[in-house]
Write a protein that binds this ligand. Structure first.
Ligand SMILES: *[C@@H]1O[C@H](CO)[C@@H](O)[C@H](O)[C@H]1NC(C)=O
Ligand SMILES: *[C@@H]1O[C@H](CO)[C@@H](O)[C@H](O)[C@H]1NC(C)=O
Ligand SMILES: *[C@@H]1O[C@H](CO)[C@@H](O)[C@H](O)[C@H]1NC(C)=O
Ligand SMILES: *[C@@H]1O[C@H](CO)[C@@H](O)[C@H](O)[C@H]1NC(C)=O
Length: 290
């Protein structure tokens, strides 16, 4: 009786060991390869079969990416203000710029659509453009047929046309106006903007500086058209714009309501898509100033 019990134990132990050994043996390498293939096919675009030309482009892009990563100035490791020029002059950026983007710009704000250079070189050179200096080193603009009413905490209004007429060369003035509308700085960005609060306050000032330019009806239309053109040049085919639908004003001081603003967006978009049939259009998403 005792002996048979031991024997039975031995059989059970033996069975267990066999099972364990079977379970722990290394997997079939072919299964591993198949699993990797399955995972790769589940990635975005994993089912896409590339043509020969696409494979060549893919190989080229991969090579360019490796060159980018091995450069001394690696943009993701730099402050964006310093990296910006490195990015925009890099070969891979120039190639990506030309490539079709489909719905390429899905979160653009209507007040950050166009390069400030256009605002300064185009909008502020129009007639009837007045400017004042705020008591904390920012500027405000207004277009007006008559000298406009004074603004609190701002110097008396100066007609830019007169100001520029007195200057031999207005390049420096233009540069300082641009500096008022962007956060970019020649100095060390980490010193100029030591905290979130500081950069946010200056961001607000930039916003207020360009407000009077962009909300002037004739500028508003051209500004939006210019914004679409700039994205179109980067081969963006469809955009979603977060729109504030601000009140827009005319030279005589009269204003338009948000419905007019929305209708104007629609008209300019129609005009733009008529002139650029391969552009799919724009969706407006109403938003508030946060
Ligand atoms: C400003 O842009 C508009 C529209 O693109 C153009 O018609 C006009 O000539 C430009 N004005 C200046 C001063 O550059
Ligand atoms: C500038 O003045 C405005 C009020 O006009 C104020 O809210 C803001 O904090 C000031 N900004 C700076 C940087 O002093
Ligand atoms: C105006 O001044 C800038 C430098 O401030 C200079 O680069 C530019 O050549 C000058 N333009 C003319 C027309 O003199
Ligand atoms: C804004 O422009 C004014 C007028 O040209 C200039 O005095 C001031 O330094 C500029 N401010 C900034 C932050 O660039």
């Amino acid at each position: 009786m005792e002996v048979s019990l031991h024997r039975r134990h031995a059989v059970v132990v033996c069975l267990l060991l066999c099972c364990l050994a079977g379970g722990l043996s290394s997997p079939d390498p072919r299964h591993r390869e198949a699993l990797i293939q399955l995972e790769v096919s589940m990635q975005t675009g994993g089912q896409v079969v590339l043509t020969d030309a696409e494979k060549r482009l893919d190989a080229l892009l991969f090579k360019m990416k490796q060159e980018e990563v091995s450069r001394a100035d690696f943009p993701p490791a730099m402050h964006f203000f310093r990296a910006r020029d490195v990015i925009s002059t890099s070969p891979i950026f120039k190639l990506l710029q030309k490539m079709p983007k489909g719905a390429g710009a899905l979160h653009v704000h209507d007040f950050a659509l166009v390069e400030v250079e256009w605002l300064v070189k185009n909008a502020t050179y129009r007639p009837h453009c007045y400017m004042c200096f705020t008591d904390n080193h920012s500027i405000r603009f207004i277009f007006s047929a008559r000298p406009p009413a004074a603004l609190a905490r701002c110097s008396p209004w100066t007609l830019l046309e007169n100001l520029r007429a007195k200057m031999v060369n207005s390049t420096e003035l233009d540069n300082s106006l641009m500096a008022n509308m962007t956060l970019f700085t020649d100095q060390d960005p980490e010193l100029v903007y030591p905290s979130q609060d500081v950069i946010w306050e200056i961001f607000e000032q930039c916003f207020l500086a360009l407000w009077g330019l962009v909300t002037y009806a004739p500028v508003f239309r051209d500004y939006y058209y210019q914004g679409l053109s700039q994205f179109y040049r980067d081969n963006v085919m469809y955009m979603e714009v977060r729109a504030l639908l601000p009140e827009i004003y005319e030279l005589d001081g009269s204003t338009h309501d948000p419905a007019w603003t929305l209708k104007t967006y629609q008209e300019v978009t129609r005009q733009f898509t008529a002139e650029h049939p391969d552009f799919f259009g724009v969706r407006m998403i109403y938003t508030i100033n946060r």
